[in-house]
Design a binder for this molecule. Structure first.
Ligand code: EPZ
Length: 424
């Protein structure tokens, strides 16, 4: 298996362009199935998860290809609404293919997505939303089949502002008869991007970004050309790495308003930042300060997808910080790995108590999931000595060659495949 080798202790510096958002591109690629024709999507990142989604679209009969950061999807030949099991298992977020396929065909079969390293990842809110629109759902331990002669608009209230459930219901409702409202909807920027994409196809949706979204059903949608928003989580990851290595970095192609809660925490940690349009300059000359309490919550609060990364900065801070993870029940798997590098972090259920240490030390560690892996890269860049990270396929799901990104900023980081020798 490939590994990353990092010789840390150097401040990052320079300029980096942030790629498009994985968590906007995936639902938008699923939404492309709602219209026959050729879609052209720009600013799509080159990631494992995007590759899996393109394979699924091809498996359903579409033509789909990515050249650089441009994806072309021709859904004219879409012929199936049976998502292949092996691909479903590779990427659980293919669960939001249910909405568009049900809307297009009145039938969809998917496989139980199962949990993952960070938690159970239930989909009951997705299924209840589709049922409210008139779908009949049959579940077995392996499969989920949804049928609907004609989806009908409904007033849906989500028990929790689930990102995926909000997206699935939006995509099912755009071709339903009548109007649908989603109350307690997720407010993430990726939901707003999906609304903009679907409206460009001819849908009639308002309210994305607020907790109430209204979808007026239409009879037909058209393929379109669309550009994906920047990835706020990748941007946040780079910002934390710049601070943790006491560097000075300029980020381009960033939407600062999507990072308000993250920049608030970084400021409390003593990090300097300036914003000019889609550029953020960030630097941290001295040791970061502890942040008394950070709670992950749905947008616009502090994002769970940056919890592992910010923990590395806090592990180097002067004092005790407390992090509470409220979204996923299994998202502290990076704590043990950071402990191998000298971090002093104790966890109790959903809280982590991070007592800052003056420095971290390179070690052999393992990525357990996507964002935990990104956190270990930051730790390796900040630590003295050499860090070797295994299981880096997790990281490749959400970062386009993370080693290239940080090497461009002066990081001593290289990817090795099993056959290559590691230079001592
Ligand atoms: C999306 O996952 C993101 N993934 C996640 O990013 C992100 O962490 C998450 O939203 C929260 O912001 C994509 O967009 C592809 P949820 P999703 O539905 O839609 C529970 C990353 O690192 N829940 O908002 O799966 C669920 O168990 C990934 O890029 C139900 O109980 O998140 C979880 O505890 C990780 N029933 C919580 O809600 C449901 O029907 C949040 O889930 C759905 C969710």
């Amino acid at each position: 298996m490939e590994k990353l080798v990092i010789d840390g202790g150097r401040p990052l510096s320079g300029t980096i362009r942030i790629h498009g958002a994985k968590n906007a591109a995936l639902p938008i690629l699923a939404g492309s199935l709602l219209a026959g024709g050729v879609h052209r999507l720009e600013n799509v990142p080159n990631l494992l998860d995007i590759g899996v989604m393109l394979c699924i679209l091809k498996g359903l009969g579409c033509r789909a290809e990515q050249q650089g950061e441009t994806v072309t999807v021709d859904t004219t030949t879409l012929a199936s609404s049976h998502v292949p099991e092996d691909l479903m298992k590779q990427m659980r977020s293919s669960v939001f293919l249910m909405g568009p396929l049900l809307a297009r065909f009145g039938y969809v079969q998917v496989y139980q997505p199962g949990g993952c390293a960070i938690g159970e990842r239930k989909i009951d809110l997705h299924l209840r939303g589709l049922q409210a629109l008139g779908a009949v759902i049959e579940e077995t331990p392996e499969t989920i089949v949804c049928r609907a002669e004609q989806l009908k608009g409904a007033d849906i209230v989500l028990d929790f502002p689930s990102v995926g459930a909000t997206e699935n219901i939006m995509m099912a409702a755009v071709l339903a008869k009548g109007t649908t409202t989603i109350t307690n909807a997720a407010r993430e920027p990726e939901i707003q991007d999906l609304q903009h994409f679907l409206n460009k196809m001819g849908a009639r949706i308002i309210g994305a970004g607020t907790d109430t979204i209204t979808i007026e059903g239409v009879t037909e949608l058209k393929a379109c050309h669309y550009s994906i928003i920047p990835d706020r989580i990748v941007a946040g990851t780079v910002m934390v790495a710049a601070a943790a290595t006491r560097g000075s970095v300029t980020l381009q192609n960033v939407c600062a308003p999507h990072l308000t809660s993250v920049m608030h925490v970084l400021k409390r940690a003593g990090v300097q930042m300036t914003v000019c349009g889609d550029i953020i300059n960030i630097s941290c000359a001295g040791r970061p300060k502890a942040v008394e309490r950070i709670v992950t919550s749905p947008y616009p609060s502090f994002p769970t997808d940056l919890q592992a990364q910010i923990m590395v900065l806090l592990a180097l801070a002067d004092g005790l910080s407390i992090m509470k993870e409220t979204i996923f029940e299994g998202r502290f798997k990076h704590v043990d790995e950071l402990g191998r590098m000298g971090a002093d972090i104790r966890t109790d259920m959903s809280s982590a108590f991070i007592r800052g240490v003056p420095r971290l030390y390179g070690a052999a560690v393992e990525a357990t999931d996507l964002r935990a892996g990104a956190a270990l890269v930051i730790a390796g860049l900040a630590a003295g000595g050499r860090t070797v990270i295994e299981q880096i396929h997790h990281i490749d799901r959400g970062y386009d060659h993370i080693e290239t990104m940080f090497a461009r900023l002066g990081g001593q980081i290289q990817r090795f495949s099993p056959v290559e020798q590691i230079i001592p």
